[in-house]
Design a protein around this ligand. Structure first.
Ligand SMILES: Nc1nc2c(ncn2[C@@H]2O[C@H](COP(=O)(O)OP(=O)(O)OP(=O)(O)O)[C@@H](O)[C@H]2O)c(=O)[nH]1
Ligand SMILES: [Mg+2]
Length: 441
């Protein structure tokens, strides 16, 4: 499920524009989220859950409204025409008759009944899933070990599905829109050690989720709670990366993921190719800026030197050089390059030297200078734990991610490796040549 921010996190999605166009109040966005979720739900479980969420949302929105006819009724706005303010007729016979339930009571009762029905169905689906999960754990991979599940979690649109597809070399539905994934999907992957694991592509999280919805979608997120390892995917190009990270951590806690699992989680900064692109742009910009500065300096220095007498030339050259060096070292302090006659070639070579590339990268993509230019704040402000940088599109960091998953899984004590000893096998009568002969007869 997608936990949608009612703030700007909806980004450029068509849904937000629909909302803006409709001019609906903030609360109605939740209704729309459920609506979209329901429309994209594929499995029975997701459909049931979205229906339950819609029901609970409707219940919380039951208010006294004036219907189109001008009468006071109960119900969510827009539903006024289906309910009437009058109570039902009295029920029972003779003296045991009494006032019937009001429309509000009737509607609440119906919702209550439907909710109970949906809950029991969801419970059944959950039981089935739990049995399947259990079976996966017991009957392991090809080498007899248990199949570990790795849940890929993260904010919506972080690139989870793309990453899972790239890692498992399969084709999951990915799209640059909300609710691209509504059902958790499992994909198997072979880790560098040869061990098999299951990657669970989960639905994206969003902030500001009403509590009752968290409850309703709990089953969908069960996969996350039950997983052996979590991989938290972040969109490294997102301007509100810090906010997205805390939302995801909050939701994980909310749905009951243990603190230990959260601490053991692998953090992945995806879409790093977008940052590389920025770095490329920035580098070109810096070089251009620098070269124009060098040209200016050159002209200035030449003019100054020409003004001096011939006899002083050597001395002046020395001074010019000293001045240039001094400026250069000043320039180093503020990260900008200002040069002298000698420095153009030098700085060009310095730019391509590793040290300077690093210093440029230090400034990228969220250096103060660039923040001033773009007005953006970014990951460098975020004091984060260790993270791995990947690009699900170009394939950068994928092998490292698989290796890390492999390492983490092999050090986890909770995953019991199943031996293939004779006692673990099902008992069957011994099959000898005699028995084969008997069977043939
Ligand atoms: N440039 C770039 N784009 C990426 C990368 N990974 C994913 N994308 C794009 O980001 C968009 C969202 O990707 P999804 O994989 O659907 O994202 P998700 O996290 O599964 O989204 P939800 O299922 O909605 O939660 C798609 O258009 C992808 O092509 C990446 O590493 N680099
Ligand atoms: Mg997805």
């Amino acid at each position: 499920m997608q936990f949608l921010s009612t703030r700007f996190c909806l980004g450029s999605s068509s849904a937000i524009w629909r909302l803006v166009a409709l001019g609906k109040p903030v609360l109605d966005r939740v209704g729309l989220i459920i609506e979209i979720f329901h429309a994209h739900a594929e499995t029975k479980e997701a459909k049931l859950q979205s229906e339950l969420a819609a029901l609970m949302y409707k219940r919380s929105r039951l208010v006294r409204v004036r219907g189109p006819s001008g009468r006071l009724t109960f119900g969510a706005s827009g539903e006024a025409e289906v309910v009437s303010a009058r109570g039902r007729g009295s029920g029972g016979r003779g003296f045991i008759s009494g006032a019937g339930e009001t429309e509000l009571q009737l509607q609440r009762r119906r919702i209550h009944e439907r909710r109970n029905h949906l809950r029991s169905q969801i419970e059944e689906v959950r039981r089935t899933r739990s049995l399947q999960r259990h079976a996966r754990r017991r009957h392991g991979g090809s080498q007899g070990q248990s199949l570990a599940t790795v849940a890929i979690v993260g904010y919506t649109n972080a690139g989870k599905s793309t990453l899972v597809s790239a890692l498992s070399e399969t084709d999951l539905y990915c799209d640059d829109r909300l609710f691209a994934t509504v059902d958790p999907r499992l994909r198997s992957v072979v880790l560098p050690s040869g061990r098999k694991a299951l990657l669970s592509d989960t639905v994206g999280f969003i902030s500001d989720l009403p509590v009752q919805l968290v409850e309703a979608f709990h089953a969908t997120l069960e996969e996350v709670v039950e997983a052996d390892l979590l991989v938290h995917v972040l969109d490294s190009s997102a301007p509100n990366l810090d906010e997205q990270r805390s939302t995801v951590l909050q939701v994980l806690q909310q749905i009951g993921v243990s603190q230990e699992k959260i601490e053991n989680m692998i953090e992945v900064w995806n879409k790093i190719d977008l940052l590389d692109k920025n770095i490329g742009d920035y580098e070109t910009l810096n070089q251009d800026e620098y070269l124009s500065e060098v040209e200016e300096e050159e002209n200035l220095d030449e003019d100054e030197c020409q003004l001096e007498g011939e006899g002083e030339e050597n001395l002046e050259e020395d001074e010019c050089l000293t001045g240039g060096e001094a400026r250069e070292s000043e320039g180093e302090g503020d990260g900008s390059f200002s040069g002298d006659k000698l420095t153009q070639g030098k700085i060009m070579s310095e730019l391509s030297s590793e040290e300077d590339m690093e210093s440029i990268e230090d400034q990228h993509p969220y250096s103060h200078k660039q923040q001033e230019m773009t007005g953006m704040t970014g990951p460098c402000e975020v004091k984060s734990a260790e993270h791995l940088e990947t690009s699900a599109v170009t394939g950068v960091g994928l092998q490292e991610l698989l290796t890390l998953i492999d390492e983490k899984l092999s050090t986890q004590s909770s995953i019991v490796t199943r031996s293939l000893g004779p006692l673990d096998r099902k008992w069957r009568p011994t099959y000898t040549a005699d028995t084969a002969k008997e069977a043939g007869e």
